[in-house]
Design a protein around this ligand. Structure first.
Ligand code: BG6
Length: 480
């Protein structure tokens, strides 16, 4: 049966930078089934041709790899444009007729909400009201981009409203971090090997760090960002999902619900975070960004200390940090193991004994590093840390790491929701983040720290760890 991908908000940035480049790549890799067509919907007046002109520019810039005009021509035949306001009933009615005529019989449909978030409810309601979520003539699925809600209350409202038109198995909530190869590999590292899982617990792990550092600043997104801030933008979704992959129990299979049951279970085990275990900061110069209030209190950086209250992780702190305008782009997870129970070695002068550290490098230099101690040759009893490294670029030379959206779009077409967030997954992460957001607006809030661009964030974040005798670590690539 043929399938139509209907992209709402098709004239926006995401379509040009991510969605079309991903679909184009899938098409040129011969992964996108021949029967899939793409319909862009937005209010802007375009013809198919003028729309394709814009998409071509995006594909040229963002699809990576060599460019072959024939590949583009082949792909472009599948793409159409429908001008209209999908939050208006008449326009949705017209879109319904347009799609029916194009599909000419039964066809599956994947709706992609890539609009401003305030349109998610009206568009899904409209799809429901026009019978466009009903599955009599093929499956109907809807992909929802982040942000899924602004806080717990609005997330619940969005979930409820979407459920009035679509049942939960029809809904695919994107967290593009779950589509990253390196994030998916966390489950493989843990569960396709026998050597890690036995030590993956409180008996051997001293602490876990999750860092998602960005060198870019807020750029042209001041308007959105100043209302969101780093907790909504990065923690509620990406960082908590990474934490869940590291901390969850092994699911019995890759079945979407079995994986997501484990994700929700572990997120549910996180203890509410006291404000003294949070740091909020803003880079200097942020307030001069267009769209940002001159006295903005919005944090562009945060660090949190979390505890997972279950048998596996009792007493093991999880330190999470993320920020903009930092020293470099670096997303990594560090598992720091405990010191051996008894040391009979000598340290080199000024040296420090380094317990084993496993670093999972999510990006940009994708790979895994295991640091362990080795005897310094020709010394008597001195040790030094050495690094056992795995780099995707060396081990998998033949395959370029695909963009997260390629994998996620194919999964949604194939009906595999394991890398998408279920409604209870969204809710549980908001239950954790919401009280912090409210606390940060209360008189007990920690002061908003300032940090310089191009550095590693505020001193307060170092102090958060220093209280426990720890420090932030970089196990991937360049060191601090
Ligand atoms: C998005 C955030 O979800 O993720 C952005 O809204 C952020 O602010 C981006 O820059 C980071 O994604 P990536 O894939 O570049 O690490």
């Amino acid at each position: 049966m043929s399938a139509t991908i209907v992209i709402f908000g098709a004239s926006g940035d995401l379509t040009q930078r991510k969605l079309i480049p991903a679909l184009f790549n899938l098409c040129r890799k011969r992964r996108l089934p021949a029967h899939v067509r793409i319909v862009g919907v937005a209010r802007t007046k375009h013809t198919d041709q003028s729309f394709l002109g814009i998409l071509r520019e995006g594909a040229l810039k963002f699809s990576g790899g060599g460019w072959d005009e024939d590949d583009w021509t082949h792909f472009a035949r599948r793409v159409h444009y429908f001008p209209g306001d999908a939050s208006r009933s008449e326009d949705m009615g017209a879109l319904k007729n347009y799609l029916a005529e194009m599909e000419n019989g039964d066809a599956n449909r994947l709706y992609y909400l890539s609009t401003a978030p305030n349109l998610y409810i009206p568009i899904t309601a409209n799809l429901g009201a026009h019978g466009m979520a009903a599955e009599a003539e093929g499956w109907r699925r809807v992909i929802i981009e982040k942000p899924i809600g602004y806080d717990l209350k609005t997330a619940l409202e969005l979930n409820d409203s979407v459920h009035r038109s679509f049942s939960e198995p029809q809904v695919y909530r994107i967290d593009h971090y779950l589509g990253k190869e390196t994030a998916q590999n966390i489950m493989f590292l843990r569960f396709a090997n026998t050597i890690f899982e036995p030590v993956w617990n409180r008996n051997y792990v001293e602490y876990v760090q999750v860092t998602v550092a960005e060198s870019v600043d807020v750029g042209t997104r001041g308007d959105y960002y100043d209302h969101a801030g780093v907790l909504r933008d990065m923690f509620q979704n990406h960082l908590l999902q990474l934490l869940a992959l590291v901390a969850m129990e092994p699911p019995p299979s890759f079945d979407a619900d079995k994986v997501r049951n484990e994700t929700v279970k572990v997120l549910n085990s996180i203890r509410p975070v006291p404000l003294q275990d949070t740091v909020r900061a803003q880079y200097r110069g942020y307030r001069e960004t267009p769209g940002v209030a001159p006295d903005s209190q919005t944090p562009t950086y945060a660090a949190l200390k979390l505890h997972v209250d279950n048998w596996r992780w009792q007493g093991v702190p999880f330190y999470l940090r993320s920020g903009k305008a930092l020293s470099r782009k670096d997303s990594e997870i560090v598992i720091r193991f405990r010191r051996p129970p008894h040391l009979m070695f000598e340290l080199p002068p000024g040296g420090e004994f380094e317990p084993n550290t496993l670093s999972i490098c999510i990006q940009p230099d994708e790979g895994i590093h295991l640091k362990f101690e080795a005897k310094i040759p020709d010394s008597l009893r001195e040790t030094r840390s050495v690094d056992m490294e795995f780099h995707y670029r060396d081990s998998f030379k033949e395959s370029i790491i695909p963009e997260a959206y390629e994998r996620l779009l194919m999964d949604a077409l194939n009906g595999d929701a394991s890398l998408f967030v279920r409604s209870d997954g969204v809710e549980v992460s908001w239950r954790l983040i919401d009280p912090i957001l409210r606390g940060w607006e209360s008189p007990e809030a920690p002061p908003l720290a300032l940090y310089e661009r191009g550095e590693w964030g505020p001193l307060e974040a170092d102090e958060l760890l220093a209280r426990d005798g720890h420090k932030w670590r970089h196990g991937c690539g360049e060191h601090e």
